[in-house]
Structures are given as C-alpha cells and as structure tokens.
Ligand binder design. Structure first.
Ligand code: NDP
Length: 497
C-alpha cells in the first residue's frame, strides 16, 4: 500500500464538506445563582430580583437585582464619597495605572468574558471573541494613555473632572458599551454608577470582579442592575453630575426632557438608519462582504448598521444576485459555535419588533428574500432577510429595525445618493463603496452622518470619535472628543457642551 493509499484509508474523502459543530466550552464561566448590586466595592443583597436568560434557548442563567430607588441612591452616594475622598485627588498617573490594569485583566480573561457575552446576549462567539473583547480592552488601554495627559489634550483650559457620572447602556454590546462609558469617565477623574440593560447584565457583573482584581478604590465604579425604572432613578438623582446614555431615540428624548434646565451634562448616542452606498465602480465582491458585515454583524443589533442599501442602478442586478448567493452561506444558530455567523435575537420583545416591521414591509409592497435555513425551535431567532422593491416611504426604509433585515433602494447619480441617504431623521453613520478617492471625499462632505466608512463598514477604533447628528443624538464617544463630556474647563468649552 502506498503512503497516499494509507492516508485515504485513514481519512476517506468526506461525503459533503459542510461544517461540523465546533462549540466553545462553557465551563470557563462560573455563574452564581444570584447577583446583588456592586456598591462601594461590596456586593449588596438586592431587595428585588429577576431572572436573566440565554436568548438562544431561554435557559435561565441567574437571578439579578432589580434596583430600587434606595439602592440607586446608595450607589450614587458611594460614587460621591469615592470621588470626594480620594479619587479626584489621586495623581493622574495613578489613575492611569488602574485603567491599564483593568485593560490587562480584560485581556487575560477575554475568553471567559466572550463566552459569557454570547451566552447572555446571543451574539456569535467569533464576534464577542474577536470584536467585543479586544475593543473593550483597547478602550481601557487608550484612555489609560490620556489620564495623565489631559493638560495636553485641552491646553490652557485647566480640565477638571465633573464628579459622578450616571451611565445607562443597551444590550447590543454590553461589555463594549460599558468600556466606552467607564474608561473615559475614570480617565477624566470621575466616579460612576452604571446600569447595564435588563436583558444583558452578566458581563457588567463579571466586570465588578475585574474592578476588584485591579484594586480600584471602593466606590469608583458602582453597578446597579434592573429595568428602565432603575435608569429613571439614575437620571433623576440630584447628586449625578453627568448622564451618558446609549439606547433608543424615544428613551433618549425622555431623558433630555427630564434633564432640561438641570445643568447636568448629557450625551446621547441613539438610533440610526444608515445608508450603505455602492457605486458602479466599486469592487463588487468586496462590497458584498461589506454589505453582509454592515447589516448581519451582531444580528443587525447595531445602531450604526448599514440597514439601507443604496445601489447604483446599473449594477443593481449583479449586486442583488451576489448578495442572495452570499446569504445562503451564512450559518445561523448556536451563538457558542465558532462557525456561527448569525446568532440569536437578544430578546422576545426585540424579536416581536422585528417581526412586526418585516410584516409591514411585505404588506407595503416590498419583496422579501430569506435564504433557506433551519432556525432552532427554542429561543429567539430570525433568518437573515433582504427586501427589494423598497420605496423610501416604507416603514422598513424609515424606521430602525435593529435586526438582520436589509432594505435595498437604488440611485442613478451621486446627488441622488446623497439626497436619499440623508432622507432620514437619523445621522449616525454611512458607507461609501467606490474606487475613486475623490468621490469618497465628495460624498463624505455631504453625508449628514457622524461616521462615514469608505470601502469598509463597522470598523471601530478607540481613537476615533463616534456619535450622531439629528435624532441619532449628540456628544462623541471615543478619541480625545470622548473625554470632553466628562470634564469641566475654564472658559468656554472646546467642542460644545
Ligand atoms: P432602551 O432605550 O429602552 O434601552 C437602553 C437602556 O436604557 C437600557 O439599559 C434600558 O433599560 C434603559 N432605559 C429604559 N427606559 C429608560 C428610562 N425611561 N430612563 C432611563 N433609562 C431607561 O432600548 P430597548 O432595549 O427598549 O430597545 C428598543 C429599541 O431601541 C431597539 O429596537 C432599537 O431600535 C433601539 N436601540 C438602539 C440602541 C443603540 O445602540 N442606539 C441600543 C438598544 C436599542 P432596560 O434594558 O431595562 O430597558
């Protein structure tokens, strides 16, 4: 028998070449049965609790606290004490050390965090492992670097911390949004009270362990869990100096109304309905990957998702054909499987919202395409979806769906592309695909969006400011701009309040 024959006998040619299951082990995460609130460096037994689940199979994961007004007040008091009794006085270089430590611990424990993030939120492990965790650590590293250089970031302005920051984050990137909020706040010398979203509290609770490991002084970071009522208490608290919110436009507006005239600083990072614009000279295969990444990344639970695809009319047919073909190769299923591209929808409520808007799209006259795929029976699932034949007035072209649903429209000229792209109450992000640099610049000048990606999509970097126009909110996170909302200055403020 030849060597080749022996090999073939040992490992015959497979009958098909589909992926075998490749589940990530869960045992790296040890969950407690019950979590309290993390206040003043201690776990406080909660008065009320609720059950947090895995959206992939509805399995209960743990009991977590539903913070009462008294518990929120205790967290704010702990943050105030920590601010006044040490943290605001500590040398900036010392502050930096704590942030570097947190970043290092996040890196060391990244697999544990990635598994937990996928378990509690439903996102594919390859995304939590390769995007959420590295970017969360990168945020702490980045702001650690600024902590002792604020005088250089804002020369001659005497930057000083504000005090206590109340931070409310959503469920789509639980740990990453925590990093976006906590890292600049601490680097600027503030203390924080943070509330994770009701459906995804576990990575924020595990982060408390990181805070302890980094030996951060007690009370500098306080985490309270609960639903919107807990958020309301944080916003209302008289002893909070600044509120930072990421979430829906509706709640953002309510918070703005509540804070009007209070003198508290506010930043809002709200929804989006981004246009991803493909010109006829774009590298089409690359653009199709960009479209897929733009809308199916994180099940489309992304405020800057490229949910409106604008395709130049002359290439409409090949783009749609390539896109549909690519859709059939997306693997939908177990978030903990390393081969999964599209995981579970984050909650029943979000699934119902997606279903409602998709029905509206079909009723209004758009044509729906979903690739053949078998969805798991338990849990919350929605197949990747494309709508063609979409008019600008349809709800699916106007409203944020926040799910794996793409609406395709066409345009003929760059002017028309700009007009259609800007025809939205939002203004968070946009994508432009073309081989001409001059066209990219011409478009970027005219698109009313906080971020414009060129020949790529959904790229994030801690040094790059992120934020919106119009109903997408105000204020910037990331970069030097992201420090400014957490500081007060002598004289007028450099980038607006
Ligand atoms: P919300 O805006 O309700 O949630 C964001 C955060 O705010 C959560 O922590 C939430 O708590 C809290 N919250 C809710 N109500 C209040 C309140 N009155 N005052 C203070 N805090 C409050 O978003 P949803 O989770 O309800 O999602 C609804 C829609 O919002 C989605 O379908 C999507 O379109 C959009 N969205 C946009 C996001 C973005 O990144 N821009 C992120 C998430 C959602 P709790 O979790 O308990 O509700």
């Amino acid at each position: 028998m030849t060597e080749l024959e022996r090999k073939q006998e040992r490992s015959p040619v497979p009958k098909d070449w589909t992926y075998a299951p490749a589940p990530e082990a869960r045992d790296i995460v040890s969950l407690r049965e019950r979590y309290g609130h993390f206040i003043g460096g201690e776990w406080i037994e909660p008065a009320e609790t609720y059950t947090t689940i895995s959206p992939a199979d509805e399995e209960p994961l743990a009991e977590v606290g539903q913070a009462t007004p008294e518990e929120v007040a205790a967290a704010v008091t702990a943050a105030r004490d920590a601010f006044e009794n040490g943290w605001s006085e500590i040398s900036p270089a010392e502050r930096a050390k704590y942030l570097f430590r947190i970043a290092r611990v996040l890196q060391e424990r990244s697999r544990e965090f990635a598994v937990l993030e996928s378990l509690n939120g439903g996102k594919p492990i390859k995304e939590s492992r390769d995007v959420d965790l590295p970017l969360s650590a990168a945020h702490f590293f980045y702001y650690a670097g600024w902590a002792d250089k604020l005088e250089y970031a804002f020369p001659n302005r005497r930057p000083r911390p504000l005090g206590v920051a109340g931070q409310i984050i959503p469920w789509n990137f639980p740990l990453l949004m925590l990093a976006w909020k906590i890292a600049p706040a601490l680097a600027a010398g503030n203390t924080v009270v943070l509330k994770p979203a009701e459906t995804t509290p576990l990575s924020a609770l595990l982060f408390c362990d990181v805070v302890r490991q980094a030996e951060l002084p007690a009370g500098v970071v306080n985490i309270v869990t609960g639903d919107g009522r807990t958020g309301v208490e944080i916003v209302k608290s008289d002893d909070v100096d600044k509120v930072a919110f990421t979430g829906s436009t509706e709640v953002g507006k309510a918070i703005q109304r509540e804070l009007a005239g209070s003198g508290k600083k506010l930043t809002l990072e709200l929804g989006g309905k981004a246009a991803n614009i493909i010109f006829d000279d774009a590298a089409l295969d690359q653009a199709v990957e960009g479209i897929i990444n733009g809308i199916y990344f994180n099940q489309g639970h992304v405020c800057c998702a490229g949910s409106r695809l604008l395709v130049q009319e002359s290439i409409y047919e090949p783009v749609v054909e390539k896109l549909k073909r690519r859709l059939t190769t997306l693997r939908v299923g177990d978030p903990l499987d390393k081969n999964t591209d599209v995981g579970a929808i984050n909650s029943k409520q979000q699934l119902e919202k997606i279903e409602e808007l998709v029905s509206a799209g079909a009723e209004e006259g758009a044509e729906i395409y979903q690739p053949p795929c078998r969805l798991p029976e338990k849990g919350y699932w929605f197949a990747p979806t494309v709508f063609t034949n979409v008019a600008q007035s349809y709800r699916i072209a106007q409203e944020e769906i926040f799910g794996p649903v793409l609406s395709i429209l066409t345009f003929r000229t760059p002017e028309e592309a700009v007009e259609k792209a800007n025809n939205t109450p939002y203004g968070l992000s946009a994508g432009v695909w073309t081989e001409k640099g001059s066209r990219i610049l011409w478009m970027a000048e005219r698109l009313r969006a906080g971020v414009v990606w060129a020949n790529t999509y959904n790229r994030f970097d801690p040094s790059s400011p992120f934020g919106g126009y119009k109903e997408s909110g105000f204020g910037r996170e990331g970069g030097r701009h992201g420090l400014e909302p957490y500081l007060q200055f002598d004289g007028s403020e450099p980038f607006g309040g």
